[in-house]
Design a protein around this ligand. Structure first.
Ligand SMILES: Nc1ncnc2c1ncn2[C@@H]1O[C@H](COP(=O)(O)OP(=O)(O)OP(=O)(O)O)[C@@H](O)[C@H]1O
Ligand SMILES: [Mg+2]
Length: 164
């Protein structure tokens, strides 16, 4: 089965959107860019690095909101971000983490609550905050508005230009 065929694109500085029907290969393109899967043919480069053979160099410059969110549900939102910052080698204070959660409008009362009790929209916001950790040069947002109600969907879309 072919997951992605004949894709040729350049990502320019600024906001780039990749749209297409379900199964078109959007998520596959992101996974290729992060070196999570190896292309059978062709190649991809980011920041001049080959996405498969030099994925570590790429991942340190990139933030990602995954399509399928996976968190440690027994952790609080703050603990999750602190752990991810540590794994990424990003030095960030508690105040900065809280500011990040404020940016994505995750209610203050949720910061110290277990993620297991979050609504789907709250998890999405935490995922957005996680993608922005360490002020990455490039942010991939895979379906950034899924699970959000119409009003909040509009709000998040308005926020995206500020991520630049
Ligand atoms: N590792 C893989 N090996 C083979 N086929 C795959 C692999 N990953 C994805 N596919 C297939 O490639 C196609 C594209 O999948 P992908 O998840 O990239 O689509 P998408 O554009 O992100 O869709 P959606 O809008 O539903 O999120 C699908 O048919 C999928 O089943
Ligand atoms: Mg997808």
């Amino acid at each position: 089965m072919v997951a992605l065929d004949g894709l040729s694109l350049k990502i320019l500085r600024g906001i780039n959107g990749l749209i297409g029907p379900n199964g078109a290969g959007k998520t596959t393109s992101i996974r290729l860019s992060l070196g999570l899967i190896k292309p059978n043919a062709g190649s991809a480069e980011l920041f001049g690095f080959d996405c498969w053979s030099n994925s570590c160099a790429i991942r340190s410059k990139v933030g990602v909101l995954y399509e399928k969110l996976a968190f440690y549900d027994h952790s609080t939102g703050i603990e999750q971000l602190a752990l991810m910052a540590k794994l990424k080698g990003v030095s960030v204070s508690l105040v900065e983490l809280k500011e990040l959660l404020k940016l994505v409008e995750l209610d203050v009362s949720a910061h110290d609550r277990h993620i297991g009790g979050y609504s789907a929209g709250m998890r999405q916001r935490l995922g957005l905050a996680q993608a922005l950790l360490g002020d990455p040069e490039l942010v991939f947002l895979d379906e950034p508005t899924s699970n959000l109600d119409p009003l909040n969907r509009a709000k998040i879309l308005e926020l995206i230009p500020f991520f630049e």
